[in-house]
Design a protein around this ligand. Structure first.
Ligand code: ADP
Length: 590
């Protein structure tokens, strides 16, 4: 429905009422004026009739009708009044304007009937004789109890009407003038009444748009003034409440946004209520786009939808694990709890998703590591156990077998020892890293390479591989000398192990831009490309039998990698099968 402005509701009624009043007053005044004027005319006619009656008393008594008619004509002309004398029979015996003989009997005229009964008769009607509207006034002429005649005076109403008309015209002009004044005055008044209400309405609209700071001016009117005060109070309270709500919402959003876990709130129809940044990133969506949209449309993960449905229908928290592909697989732990309002009614569900991909990966590494360690240890132990049993079973009595078997036992014990030694080195490294116990000092890396070559010398000599130092004499770096030497020894040992006798291994250090590098280059068997990405994993070997044959533990390169990481650096490898390999430890200059 189209709503009207308040002014157009008040003003027309105001105008109608006042115009009606003006009309009513005008009508009443005109009416009263007419009655008053007619009374005045009647009184005048009566006075003239009375005057005339006193003059015709004698001729009537003498029945001198001609004289009477003559008197009528004379006095009528002088007083510009029609005068008629009627006998009780109704016969007209004198008339100022007509010949009585030609006039009809007047006994039935209402004013005559009244006058005959002894009163003053008055009538306003059409005159058949004069063919015009007339006002008649008749009084009796009596002698004792007997009515001798009736004296009637009359004038045409056209005279009265024209006198009244000019007065009416003035009244009408006055009424129109009054109506205009009334119209303007009621417009001003309507506006005065409507303005504070319109102000209130505007203020209410401002408040509705959230502009609660500017209070409303309080008008003089008591009722509207109290309304304005009440509205201002309401706006103040609303503003305070809104501010609190916004603060609370901001706090909640800040908490949600800073959470590492992905948080999704859905309503009972599985439509998104809120989603934090972590969740939006996880599902590759923008948080502001998803409000009110169905969960299945946003996440497209049947496992998560199932958990959401379960949470909505359950009173207890729901837990589960889901996998998403992003494009790599990510494992998420989902905790679902029902959302309740202040009345403890179930209004939806809160899903907290924790990315446990890394935890699962570490768990798998640990499991694999334990399996690998067990496997690595089991082989030498089984061998040692077997030979010990064989010896105890009688073989020890043969000096030849005894020596041969003991040599095998010694070799496997050594292997066990080196595996355990390497494992201990790794675990020490991890522990010291965790406790931040590793100390770094400025060192000349070439000196560390020298001592590594010395440590490896017994193995290099056995395999007849010469290890040469090349490059600068002084390369400064802030390192832990012991750990770096261990890493270089491992690389030299590998270079020697996987090279043919008579070949050469070059070890050197140099500064390259923002880092210092230590390189160990051999001209040995080389490594197939497919092995390179996994070469630094614990127990990874390109050829298990060959490595064991060479006394390898599968942990050497893992230790090298760890040492590089401890220094904030990295290790990489380049290799060509059949031509040789280059291992490089990159260390940042600190
Ligand atoms: P291992 O004790 O078996 O040598 P590492 O961790 O030191 O264990 O080395 C892992 C594997 O990498 C070795 O088994 C070997 O196959 C390969 N490898 C390491 N260094 C070299 C190298 N210089 N030349 C060829 N292969 C190498």
């Amino acid at each position: 429905m189209r709503r009207k402005r308040l002014l157009w509701q008040i003003y027309p009624s105001f105008l109608l009422i006042t115009l009606f009043l003006v009309l009513a007053v005008t009508w009443y005044a005109s009416r009263s004026l007419r009655v008053f004027y007619l009374d005045e005319v009647a009184a005048d006619l009566e006075a003239r009739a009375t005057l005339f009656r006193s003059q015709i008393g004698t001729p009537i008594a003498a029945r001198e009708f001609e004289r009477i008619d003559q008197l009528c004509k004379e006095l009528g002309r002088e007083s510009r009044t029609r005068i008629t004398i009627i006998l009780p029979t109704g016969e007209v015996v004198g008339d100022s304007d007509e010949e009585p003989a030609q006039m009809e009997n007047h006994a039935d005229r209402p004013e005559i009937i009244e006058a005959m009964s002894g009163q003053t008769g008055r009538s306003l009607r059409y005159s058949a004789t004069l063919k015009t509207n007339m006002m008649y006034l008749a009084i009796p002429l009596s002698e004792g109890r007997e009515t001798l005649a009736v004296v009637r005076t009359s004038i045409p109403t056209s005279a009265i009407d024209s006198a009244l008309r000019s007065i009416y015209g003035k009244i009408a002009v006055g009424a129109v003038f009054l109506a205009v004044i009334v119209a303007v005055a009621s417009l001003i008044m309507s506006k005065r009444i409507a303005r504070p209400l319109v102000d209130l309405e505007r203020a209410a609209e401002r408040f509705a748009h959230g502009e609660l700071k500017v209070p409303l001016a309080v008008p003089d009117s008591e009722e509207i003034g109290s309304l304005a005060i009440a509205m201002n109070k309401m706006a103040e309270r609303l503003d305070a409440r809104l501010r609190t709500m916004i603060e609370q919402r901001n706090e909640q959003q800040a908490v949600l946004a800073s959470m590492v876990e992905s948080v999704l709130a859905i309503d009972s129809e599985e439509r998104i209520i809120t989603i934090n940044h972590a969740a939006a990133e996880l599902f590759n969506i923008r948080p502001e786009d998803v409000h009110g949209r169905p969960l299945q449309e946003i996440v497209r993960n049947p496992e998560l939808e199932k958990l959401a449905t379960e949470t909505l229908s359950s009173d207890t928290p729901v837990e589960g694990e889901i996998a998403i592909y992003d494009p790599e697989e990510r494992v998420l732990q989902v905790h679902g709890t029902s959302l309740r309002d202040a009345q403890d009614a179930n209004i939806g569900a809160l899903l907290v998703l924790d990315d446990i991909t890394e935890i699962r990966r570490l768990e798998k590494i640990r499991r694999d590591f334990v399996a690998n360690v067990s496997h690595e240890l089991k082989t030498p132990i089984t061998t040692i156990k077997g030979f010990v049993e064989t010896l105890l079973g009688g073989a020890m009595h043969s000096a030849q077998d005894l020596e041969r078997f003991l040599k095998i036992i010694a070799k496997h014990s050594e292997r066990l020892d080196s595996i355990i030694e390497d494992l201990l080195s790794l675990s020490r490294l991890e522990q010291e890293t965790e406790r931040d116990e590793i100390e770094f000092e400025p060192q000349n890396l070439v000196g560390i390479i020298h001592s590594a070559i010395e440590v490896s010398r017994p193995r290099t000599q056995v395999r007849d591989v010469s290890v040469k130092l090349h490059g600068d004499d002084v390369v400064e770096g802030r390192v832990n000398a012991q750990l770096l030497e261990h890493a270089i020894v491992n690389l030299i040992d590998n270079a020697v192990k996987y090279s043919e006798p008579g070949t050469e291994v070059e070890v050197g250090a140099e500064k390259r831009g923002e880092e210092v590098v230590v390189t160990v280059r051999d001209h040995g068997w080389g490594i197939e490309k497919k092995h390179l990405p996994r070469l630094f994993e614990r127990f990874y070997r390109t050829d298990r039998a060959r490595s064991r044959e060479q006394g390898g533990t599968g942990l050497g390169l893992a230790i090298v990698k760890h040492v590089a990481l401890v220094h904030g650096g990295r290790v990489d490898v380049e290799s060509v099968l059949g031509e040789g390999s280059v291992f490089t430890i990159h260390l940042p200059v600190r």
